[in-house]
Design a protein around this ligand. Structure first.
Ligand SMILES: [Zn+2]
Length: 501
């Protein structure tokens, strides 16, 4: 991304999350990078573009550590779905996509995120039966067209849900078994070859979008596939991201399948390291957290999704205690409905506070701001985002302090986490460029976006009718077998509602 010239942002109040203050500060930007920060009146070249930030709170662009671009066209399709039911809905909710859909669904998410103060994300995209260089390119272009940063990771598997969960295939009727056998994923070598091709030929501006590798859920990937993903990540020096211990069904299945916890299994395969991210980690125990922390790994914490899918309440304090890097994410629109990082921060705070009466164990608002910016930036493996400081990219959110969330402004850190809901976002700058101005995305025609989305929605609803019928037949069996597995006693408890499970 080549931006020339200097910009001086004057008169804004810059959040100091740790100090719970927001002193008036000027920011000098050179091209896409912050050059200098100083008191009001900071010297700037005469030809610098002046941005008036009077009456505005400036905070680092929020970094979404975990989302799914493919979910944005599936908004609102489910209600009482566990993770396993969401996965079972795949052929209906994510089926029959063409590359135009892949572009469009990522574009919808990117627009939502930037207008809600988020400037970069880790997007795990699904293409069935395997990732393609064209699909990844379409996703990368969508982010680049909005002007948002993204790490795009193809979410891959060589086993279906029915092969991954011990006993689930056997629980199906013979005719259903026949139908789900047709859903087979591509052989893992074909998926690896396509990912390698995409990594080799990546042509989207790498200042905005980069690739990573996401073996979707360890139980859904053969060990050989996992090792292939590891080699790919090493060869291209990119991240690895996987849904680990998201649901109790997964941890119970791991003990049945591997005879050990998921992190122990991943450790055996050599996957754990500073570039490895556990998505969710709701059912990690202390030993798992220690293992992740010792390897310098991260967790992308998605409290909204964890509650929406009934996965449970993740123990973020336990993760921090074991030096796990903590990022915060929204998860996809099909399981936490909006991609609002302000809401994710607020929910991260609530989920922490509801777990026990000792307030010293709760996450503080400053810890949450750090997690949603610097912590998530580390998850993305992006070293120069997540802070407003010299040398960092100029990814800056301008909040309108005359909006109701800030009347009055007593404590900017507490209010950013607990009061803000995205409705005060005025401008958003990414890499020195305004991508949202006065609440409106600069590079996207919203009316046209809505028209394209409606056309795609109605076409997909038609072609996915058989997928919907299949889901209707699967729902009762998956929806009773999996909760049954989750009744098996387990040493740790992460459900808020029942001490029996
Ligand atoms: Zn996810």
């Amino acid at each position: 991304m080549n931006i020339k010239g200097k910009t001086i942002i004057r008169g804004g109040r810059l959040l100091n999350g740790q100090a719970h203050t927001a002193p008036r500060t000027d920011i000098l930007v050179d091209g896409d990078t912050i050059l200098e920060i100083g008191r009001p009146g900071l010297a700037a070249p005469e030809d610098a573009t002046v941005v008036n930030a009077n009456g505005q709170l400036l905070h680092p662009g929020l970094v979404n550590a975990h989302t799914h671009g493919h979910g944005n066209l599936s908004k609102g399709m489910g209600d009482r779905w566990t993770l396993e039911l969401l996965l079972a809905s795949g052929p209906w909710s994510f089926g029959q996509r063409i590359f135009e859909d892949t572009y469009l669904t990522a574009l919808i998410g990117a627009v939502e995120m930037v207008t809600k103060g988020c400037t970069s994300c880790y997007d795990l995209i699904l293409e069935m039966p395997m990732p393609t260089p064209e699909g990844l390119d379409a996703t990368g272009r969508a982010y680049a067209d909005v002007g948002m940063r993204a790490v795009v990771a193809p979410m891959v598997a060589d086993k279906t849900l029915y092969e991954a969960i011990p006993g689930l295939m056997e629980a199906l009727t013979p005719s259903l078994r026949k139908d789900v056998e047709k859903l087979r994923m591509a052989p893992y070598r074909a998926s690896l070859a396509n990912m390698r091709k995409a990594l080799h030929g990546w042509s989207v501006d790498s200042d905005l979008t980069r690739l990573a590798v996401a073996p979707t859920i360890p139980l859904h990937c053969s060990d050989a596939f996992m090792k292939g993903c590891l080699k790919l990540a090493c060869d291209f020096d990119v991240g690895l991201h996987s849904h680990v211990a998201e649901s109790k069904v997964q941890v119970v299945s791991s003990l049945k399948r591997y005879g050990k916890s998921l992190t122990a299994h991943l450790d055996d395969l050599g996957l754990l390291g500073p570039n490895f991210t556990v998505a969710h980690g709701v059912w990690l125990d202390d030993e798992d957290c220690k293992r992740l922390g010792d390897h310098g790994a991260s967790v992308a914490h998605n409290p909204g999704s964890n509650m929406r899918l009934g996965s449970g309440l993740a123990d973020a304090r336990g993760m921090l205690n074991r030096s796990v890097n903590l990022g915060i994410g929204t998860d996809g629109a099909s399981c936490s409905d909006n991609l609002n990082m302000y809401e994710s921060m607020r929910l991260a705070s609530m989920v922490s506070k509801v777990q026990g009466p000792d307030q010293r164990q709760w996450l503080s608002t400053e810890e949450i701001v750090i997690a949603a910016t610097e912590g998530s930036a580390q998850v993305l493996g992006w070293k120069d985002i997540g802070r407003i400081a010299p040398g960092f990219k100029a990814d800056i959110v301008f909040l309108d302090l005359s909006a109701i969330n800030w009347i009055p402004c007593n404590d900017p850190t507490n209010q950013l986490v607990h009061t803000e809901d995205g409705s005060s976002v005025k401008h958003v700058m990414i890499g020195g460029r305004m991508v949202v101005r006065d609440g409106v995305p600069v590079n996207v025609d919203m009316a046209n976006l809505a028209k394209m989305a409606e056309a795609a929605r109605s076409r997909l609803a038609k072609v996915n009718r058989p997928g919907k019928k299949l889901f209707d037949r699967l729902e009762r069996i998956v929806g009773s077998y999996c909760p049954g597995l989750a009744q098996i006693p387990h040493p740790i408890h992460r459900y808020g509602a029942s001490s029996r499970a």
